[in-house]
Each structure stands twice: as C-alpha cells, then as structure tokens.
Design a protein around this ligand. Structure first.
Ligand SMILES: [Zn+2]
Length: 120
C-alpha cells in the first residue's frame, strides 16, 4: 500500500481491543534474535513515543518487564498479541511497535535490519 506523506498507518491486536496509530511507515523494520523477540514474534518499527497513539481501555493491556528492566513490553490481555513496548530507562526517545499488528502489505516491502540482540 502506498502512503502519501503524512498519512497515518493504523493497526490493532488480533481481537481489536488495542488499536495503534503511527504517523507513517518506518524507514525500516527490525528483526532481532534475542529471546524476547524470538518468543513473541516481534518485528519492530520505532517512533518517538509522542508519535504513537495507543487506543485501548485502561485494563486492556498487560505489562511485562524482564531482565535489565529497560522497557515494558505490552500485550493484549484478551488475545495475547504483543503490541508494543515503552521505555523505562533507555532509550527514552523511542518506543517500539510490533509491525505484525499492521497488515503485511503495509510493511513487508521495507528493508529488514537484522539485530543481534542475543549477543548484547
Ligand atoms: Zn487483543
């Protein structure tokens, strides 16, 4: 799908309880081999937190904080989709959104950055 400049991209978790809107597709998506990304099927797009709109009831999302406690990973309480993460410490200037919450046509043509998170 082609997006005109400034056309927001919208997605949701599997059941639809969590909606996500970003200003535009990212320049690339990230695929990481760390255990969290592998086990949650994460393919990341990254934006400044001010640029991401999460539409969900207050109790619709469940947080998960692991290991180094740098980020909070959020998943839908109803369907379990891993929707996004928000920073706890670093890097505070960005948050991650799981590109799988958008239709594949929106992002599968983008360059894939392979991240070796398992070695960090
Ligand atoms: Zn859901």
């Amino acid at each position: 799908m082609d997006y005109a400049e400034g056309t927001p991209m919208t997605g949701s978790c599997h059941c639809g309880a969590v909606g996500i809107t970003v200003p535009a597709p990212p320049d690339q998506v990230s695929q990481c081999n760390c255990s969290l990304c592998r086990k949650t099927g994460w393919i990341g797009g990254y934006w400044h937190p001010d640029d991401v709109q999460i539409d969900a009831a207050p109790d619709a999302l469940t947080p998960y904080i692991q290991g180094d406690k740098m980020i909070t990973s959020w998943h839908c309480r109803t369907c379990g989709s891993h929707t996004h993460w928000t920073p706890i410490t670093a890097p505070p200037q960005r948050m991650g959104v799981n590109m799988r919450m958008f239709v594949p046509e929106d992002w599968r043509h983008l360059p894939v950055l392979k991240v070796d998170g398992a070695s960090f």
